[in-house]
Design a protein around this ligand. Structure first.
Ligand code: PLP
Length: 379
């Protein structure tokens, strides 16, 4: 029995009729860019997240870029972000005109913390991007508090964390015991609908969520060349629109997301029970108050590369997210990153391995993966 890291087909099969009807509806309308499907999806996403504003755009990368550009960066202005993330987080910071400043992570959750962010703070820091890596939220209450004390903006990279939530716990602002969704905790949130994300379209797509009306308005202008009225431009934006076909597909999928997320969580639970006692692996941990949505189920593994090869030999897919930290990427050499600078990030790059976790995986295939990990370490 082979086990792919990800298989998108069973999900499509399960909602094929609804999706095909939605696609047909758009094709018949011949209304392809923005328009009623996109507006409908924006309203549904805003309601789902519990934010007043959601603005569709062309990708998760642009969902980071647009709110960053909205801050009007001046040369030398800095944005703090983790070095242990997908390249897009840093690429967006750079392309918006900011200087990326990389911080380290908490070894337990792979996420930034107030301490790791504070360690690299300077008087040029304008914004922080906590990345909710693998589907678990970074500690937003503490990061928000730090940013607020120092007058910086918080933009959540929620590309891997749609549907994740956490205890809100902000005295005087949120209900005691209340929850806040990923993308609703900071000043703005960035989502990706790349097909491998928990809510994936049939191509690229993204969305900016925000509680700030002025920021959302600016992002909505920036995605159409910096003006709401055709041929009148208050600022230089770009072309970054969500198309109607993607929105129509995503509207069909969104109501299914909670059940798909629960399936990921139950897969994670089965791995946990079966791998807990294996010497050689460290399992992912969820911090108290977090609802983890497992875009990835990422373990640390002794002899990681050998394990990966062993699994591949048995037809089992796995992934290394991410093998090279961003502070050591060639394109950022001029920023002066050096080895040993962010020890937990560098260790994670050597140790992490992501296992198949997609909702339709099923218990037999999980058990197959577990057996082969056991065989590798226990012979
Ligand atoms: C996928 C991803 C992005 C970028 O999304 P795209 O839609 O591929 O542009 C940004 N940040 C993180 C953490 C991601 O995983």
């Amino acid at each position: 029995m082979s086990v792919p890291l990800l298989d998108l087909s069973p999900q499509y099969e399960s909602i094929r009729t609804e999706v095909d009807e939605a696609v047909q509806r758009v094709v018949t309308s011949q209304y392809f860019i923005l328009g009623p499907e996109v507006e409908g999806f924006e309203a549904e996403m805003a309601a789902y997240l519990g934010v007043p504003h959601a603005v569709g755009c062309a990708s998760g990368t642009d969902a980071l870029l647009l709110p960053l550009k909205a801050l009007d960066p001046q040369p030398g202005d800095e944005v703090i972000l983790p070095s242990f993330t997908f390249f897009a987080t840093a690429g967006a910071v750079w392309n918006a005109g900011f200087t990326p400043v990389f911080c380290d992570i908490d070894p337990v959750t792979f996420n930034v913390t107030r301490q790791t962010v504070e360690a690299v703070w300077t008087e040029r820091t304008r914004a922080v991007i906590p990345v909710h890596l693998f589907g678990q939220m970074a500690p937003m209450v503490k990061i928000n508090a730090l940013a607020r004390e120092r007058g910086a903006v918080v933009i959540e990279d929620a590309a891997q964390a749609i549907g994740a939530r956490q205890d809100a716990g902000v005295p005087g602002e949120t209900e005691p015991g209340g929850k806040v969704m990923a993308g609703a905790a900071g000043d703005a949130g960035a989502f990706s609908f790349f097909p491998t994300k928990n809510l994936g379209g049939f191509g690229d797509g993204g969305m900016v969520s925000s509680r700030d009306a002025a920021l959302a308005e600016k992002v909505a202008k920036l995605r159409v060349h910096g003006g709401r009225q055709m041929y009148h431009h208050e600022m230089v934006g770009t072309n970054s629109r969500l198309d109607a076909l993607q929105a129509a597909v995503l509207r069909v999928k969104l109501p299914h997301l909670p059940e798909w997320t629960e399936a990921r969580r139950s897969n994670a639970c089965r791995y946990h029970g079966a791998l807990e006692d294996v010497d050689g692996v460290t399992l992912p941990e969820t911090r108290q108050g977090n609802y983890h949505v497992y875009n990835q189920y990422t373990i640390r593994a002794r002899r990681r590369d050998e394990l990966r090869e062993h699994l591949a030999g048995k037809g089992i897919g796995s992934g290394v997210y991410y093998p090279v930290p961003l502070h050591l990427q060639e394109c950022f050499r001029e920023l002066g990153g050096r080895e040993g600078q962010l020890p937990e990030t560098e260790r994670a790059c050597r140790e992490v391995l992501s296992l198949p976790i997609f909702p339709e995986l099923g218990t037999d295939r999980i058990d197959r993966v577990v057996d082969e990990i056991r065989n590798f370490y226990q012979g």
